[in-house]
Design a protein around this ligand. Structure first.
Ligand code: GSH
Length: 222
């Protein structure tokens, strides 16, 4: 088995895990406690940033979750999960794929860090509130598209939906789902009904138990 994914329960590495399940590929899941930088120091030898995901596929090593999804669906296609250069929605596909991480996930990491992860004396309620609003404002772009279509682009479920879907999953851990616009909430429900999504949840749970790692989702780790 040549694909190895280093993963923490429900962290950004869930994106490639979900993509692997959608593709039906064989892979090895190596579970780490969160954050690995502090709780699995030996991992720094594999990824000096200490972040997850890390995907190893032969000589290929990647550490960006959206890029790994793009790599997997392109490298192991053809699959409807990828949008090809020839399709009219190729640009929209790349835009949503990266929007999921750069625009929708980044502000949530500020909410998480300064609202929960830092010790009480270092928390910043103003930053938490500002970036919560930032995230919800950016969701308007998703709402505009989903008010007229079921998926973000190309008329079908693609890797872009995995990228944005994980941002919505994280938002749920942060208790923001009540503030999702109606069509975004319906979209998120639709995504989580997917069999591959359920398999990914199951795979991370089983692997965590087998490897003696906490099953508490990374965003809820204190
Ligand atoms: N842009 C990267 C971010 C990777 C990242 O920061 N991952 C977080 C988990 S969601 C992490 O490893 N945090 C632990 C740390 O920063 O030490 C991606 O999309 O994969």
């Amino acid at each position: 088995m040549s694909i190895v994914l280093y993963h923490c329960v429900s962290a950004r590495s869930f994106r490639p895990l979900w993509a692997l399940e959608e593709l039906g590929l064989d892979y090895e899941l190596k579970m780490l406690p969160f954050p690995p930088r502090a709780k699995a120091r030996e991992y720094l030898q594999s990824n000096l940033l200490g972040t997850i995901p890390l995907l190893c596929d032969g000589d290929v090593r990647m550490t960006e979750s959206a890029a790994i999804c793009q790599y997997l669906v392109t490298r192991y296609g053809p699959t409807p999960l990828a949008v090809s250069v020839e399709e009219p929605d190729f640009g929209a596909y790349l835009n949503w794929l990266h929007f999921g991480e750069a625009t929708l996930t980044f502000p949530q990491t500020i909410v998480l860090r300064y609202g929960r992860l830092e010790p009480p004396e270092r928390r910043l309620p103003q930053a938490e509130e500002d970036y919560r609003r930032w995230f919800l404002t950016r969701l308007r772009g998703v709402e505009a598209v989903l008010s007229t279509q079921s998926y973000l682009c190309a008329g079908r479920f693609t890797a872009a939906d995995i990228s944005v879907g994980y941002a919505l999953m994280l938002a749920e851990y942060l208790g923001l789902q009540e503030q999702f616009p109606h069509c975004v909430r319906a979209y998120w429900e639709r995504l989580r009904q997917r069999e591959a999504f359920a398999r990914a949840l199951d795979a991370q749970h089983r692997a965590a138990l087998e490897q003696g790692v906490s099953t508490v989702p990374a965003p809820l780790t204190t």
